[in-house]
Design a protein around this ligand. Sequence first.
Ligand code: GLV
Length: 387
Amino acid sequence: MPVITCIEDLKRLYRRRAPRMFYDYAESGSWTEQTFRENVTDFAEIRLRQRIAVDMTGRSTAGQMVGQDVAMPVALAPVGLTGMQNADGEIKAARAAEKFGVPFTLSTMSICSIEDVADHVTKPFWFQIYTLNDDDFNRKIIDRAKAAGCSALVITVDLQILGQRHKDLKNGLSAPPKFTIPTMLNLATKWAWGLEMLQTKRRFFGNIVGHVEGVSDPSSLSAWTAEKFDHALNWDKIRKLMDMWGGKVILKGVMEAEDAQKAAEIGADAIVVSNHGGRQLDGALSSIRMVPEIAAAVGDKTEVWMDGGIRSGQDVLKAVALGAKGVMIGRAFVYGLGAMGEAGVTKALEVIHKELDTSMALCGETRLGNVGKHNVLMPKDFLDRYL
Ligand code: GLV
């Protein structure tokens, strides 16, 4: 087994192992990918203050996310097509998260279905839905998530229309891949991936195929989105989805203080400051830059989390220092999954946890609850460079 010391190591292995089409799907932003890049590079602008002679014994990264105990406040984000990065990927990621003690969120666009994942874990996981114009589908999928015992619903509120990711169009992204000549040539070099994929039946969008009628091409994410996303979404409809669920709700994709306040007002248990990993509105500021303003606007009316650009435990610490109570990771766990299956997701979590724990200690903190702006240094104009 190769020596893995950081998330970047997992990414290198993942790139070698996964078919180009699925690597590109994860490793893309929309249009120029400016927001996708800045989610990462803005974290690098924030520095940590080193403290000495502080008793670091008995420290802990544990906390709670929407009332659930977590080993560290890092949830696995919903990621579409995870079961194409590695055979049975959602089940593997869910099991790794459960064993580690962090939440796993299953995407509506998963390959393994809700029921299938539920059959392979012992504790409740979270389920993600989009805002679709099909009430019947919304109700049915929410009922399925309830029946599977899911403990929170993540509503993605920034995807009524799909931001264009050039590589997906060029690669003809689909699940399973279509047998075009470029795809076949690439798959021929990914034999380990292919062997595992041949041994599983889970190769289609498990939550959709067999559960809806009238989707012209169920293997294509863009066809589905074009047909079903609700262009007429408004706050009342979000509230209606929340009511349909009736349990803990996390609204993911909030980038403005005013929207965050509204989300808190309608009773969201948490919001995720998120630009969808730079995959939706290219040109939006990085998520981390928006966290302080949003956290200040919302106070303790709802939990403020963030995602986008987290590639290390130091990034988690910086996010917490700037006001996030928790984070979600998408690519960081997908790299691990694509590199080494369930063991790779565990590795990604271990890497992030160790970095978080050690960095917190070197900053002189023993509890994440005490971490704050006093732990970081930022360029003078970091928070108001863009007006
Ligand atoms: C789906 O939510 C995606 O970003 O591809």
